[in-house]
Design a protein around this ligand. Structure first.
Ligand SMILES: [Zn+2]
Length: 162
């Protein structure tokens, strides 16, 4: 499989629904968590969320292991439970070898994304049309590889943006 064949999964934070940006994601693979819905206060935002759900947006509860990992690594940041869940989803999908983009306006989440090599887009700054180039790397050797499994150490490759 080449990098262009692998679909990107967009992880959607509250900003997407609050700022009425979800139409851009209608034909994309999207995932979020129920606690994002719980943070939505206005009716239009809730309706955006429900519409996206009908169109196939997946609701996912990340595994405890990944939430613990985020809490441990970033205890110095003020991350809400929702932030932690979204980042845990990102970690989990990345480890499964998925191509992901976090969509958020939250600076703490963006900070973690930078440190974890998770590509992100901001709704506010309108960079969601930016196309990313991807490469496969071995998370242990930190080298670009072409296979799914690293020949040197046997780790599963992950996608990162160049
Ligand atoms: Zn390796």
């Amino acid at each position: 499989m080449t990098s262009s064949d692998t679909p990107v999964i967009y992880i959607l934070d509250t900003a997407v629904f609050i700022k009425n940006a979800s139409s851009w994601f209608h034909d994309k693979m999207c995932i979020t968590t129920y606690s994002v819905y719980e943070e939505l206060i206005t009716m239009p935002a809730k309706m955006e969320f429900e519409k996206m759900q009908l169109q196939g947006m997946e609701l996912y509860s990340p595994k405890q292991k990944y939430k613990e990992e985020i809490k441990k690594r970033y205890s110095y940041l003020k991350l809400s439970e929702t932030d932690i869940e979204l980042l845990a989803i990102a970690l989990e999908l990345k480890e499964k070898g998925k191509k992901i983009i976090m969509v958020t306006d939250d600076y703490s989440i963006q900070d973690v994304c930078k440190k974890e090599n998770i590509p992100f887009m901001s709704v506010e700054r309108g960079t969601i049309t930016k196309s990313l180039e991807w490469k496969k790397i071995c998370p242990s050797c930190k080298k670009e590889i072409t296979q799914d499994i690293c020949e040197v150490c046997g780790s599963k490759s992950i996608w990162i943006s160049k």
